[in-house]
Design a protein. Structure first.
Length: 122
């Protein structure tokens, strides 16, 4: 005779201990490259966020700024937030040791949605 009793789903188990902190073991891949950048652009899709890195070699007398793009780094939005926090912490530590970093006006961030313009003395 078949068992017609419905099984009651079990409630999800609550974690009993805090997640373990993982210690990264870092190695460089054979094609690892160290790059210098003084120019960055960022964008996103519905799935990820990317940052293009390049080297500006100008400005030219005609008012153009030649930029040689070097690399694009694409990551999940969560990782992008994490990277932003890491960079912000590094800038804070740098400023604590060497003094405030100021962002000159006219570097091209004015009018970019979501990017506040440099303030005086920032």
């Amino acid at each position: 005779m078949p068992n017609n009793k419905k099984k009651t789903p079990k409630a999800p188990q609550e974690p009993t201990a805090a997640p373990k902190t993982l210690t990264p073991v870092i190695t460089n891949s054979p094609d690892f490259k160290a790059l210098y950048t003084n120019f960055a652009q960022s964008g996103f899709t519905g799935f990820d966020i990317y940052v293009n890195f390049g080297e500006a070699t100008g400005p030219n007398p005609d008012g153009t700024l030649p930029v040689e793009m070097k690399a694009r780094v694409t990551m999940t939005p969560v990782e992008a937030k994490f990277v932003a926090l890491i960079i912000a912490a590094s800038v804070q530590k740098y400023e604590a040791e060497f003094g405030k970093v100021t962002v000159p006006k006219g570097l091209g961030v004015e009018g970019v949605p979501g990017v506040p313009p440099p303030a005086e003395g920032v």
